[in-house]
Ligand binder design. Structure first.
Ligand code: ADP
Ligand code: MG
Length: 295
């Protein structure tokens, strides 16, 4: 896959541009603040419809401009597709080959980007939700249909949690409450199984790559271990429903947003290199993330 042409207009501090990148390796050099990262962000946004810098895509609109427009012609397997996004305050228009995209999942799968920034250290240092987001993005790059699945899961989860909050505030009780929760839990359980299954199989596919990449970058002979932990591992939707029912009281006492999926990463010295020295998750956050070998 390669970007044949990139066009951008009204994006941050970039002058209107039409860029024809070289086939393999491109270097952008410039003083601080000249827009190097903005250019990478532009590519990332038109490929993934999200930014690695901001949650609000309208932040990309240049100060004083009404809108930002980005387009990329992408060649892949002898086929060419044109990806476009237009951003304005509060609106986003997306086109694939000149047409509106429905469902949006159709946009994805043919234009894959990977960005590596200092923030990626959050993968090891940050919270489980950082890892979950990373995993969701990876799964989604491997299987575009995952988007709809993950969105459904999050939606039903939010609905159930809203009901739990209402119950916590005393505005819902009795049979109505039980019936509502039951409806959501029966929807949630099979979605949870599907999300976990997709997550696990994608993670298996990524794990070998992770080991190789880690060694190629660090050259430390440190073994890196990453595990995907999903609630209800190997269990059925019915078992998850029972677990959800049993967990209702516990959850509405605590933070009802807990989604029950975590992805952990831990590093340890390979036993062959230094027997007896191992790093657990906590020290990984302190020691493994800034390119220093653990002592
Ligand atoms: N919406 C915007 N409109 C115009 N300029 C912006 C906007 N957002 C950021 N900038 C400018 O972009 C510059 C930062 O660009 P950046 O790509 O991060 O630089 P670098 O080349 O150092 O990576 C800053 O000068 C900032 O003022
Ligand atoms: Mg920069």
């Amino acid at each position: 896959m390669r970007i044949a042409v990139l066009r951008a207009e009204g994006v941050r501090n970039l002058a209107p541009l039409q860029l024809v990148p070289r086939e393999r390796f491109n270097v952008f050099v410039g003083d601080n603040g000249q827009g190097k990262t903005n250019l990478l962000e532009t590519i990332y946004v038109v490929a993934s419809l999200r930014s690695f810098r901001t949650a609000k895509l309208s932040d990309l609109v240049a100060f004083g401009a009404p809108e930002a427009r980005i387009g990329a012609r992408v060649e892949r397997d002898e086929l060419t597709h044109t990806y476009e996004i237009e951003l304005a305050q509060g609106s986003r228009r997306v086109r694939l080959d000149g047409k509106a995209v429905k469902p949006l999942a159709r946009y994805f799968g043919g234009f894959n980007v990977v960005v590596f920034t200092p923030e990626d250290l959050n993968l090891a240092r940050g919270s489980p939700s950082d890892r979950r987001r990373f995993l969701d993005r990876s799964v989604f790059n491997l299987r575009p249909d995952y988007l709809a699945l993950a969105q459904d899961y999050e939606k039903v989860l939010r609905q159930r949690n809203a009901v739990l909050r209402q119950a916590g505030q005393g505005t819902l009780a009795g049979r109505t409450l039980d019936e509502l929760l039951s409806v959501y839990e029966h929807q949630l359980a099979p979605l949870a199984v599907a999300v976990a299954t997709a997550g696990r199989s994608s993670w298996r596919a990524l794990h070998g790559e992770l080991e190789q990449a880690f060694e190629a970058i660090t050259r430390t002979h440190l073994a890196v271990e990453a595990r995907y932990v999903a609630r209800g591992k190997g269990t059925t939707a019915d078992a998850i429903v029972s677990e959800l029912v049993a967990g209702r009281a516990r959850i509405w006492r605590r933070d009802p947003r807990t989604s029950g999926r975590t992805a952990t990463i831990s590093c340890s010295r390979s036993t062959a290199a230094t027997p007896g020295c191992s790093l657990r998750r906590a020290s990984c956050a302190r020691s493994c993330s800034r390119g220093r070998a653990p002592s």
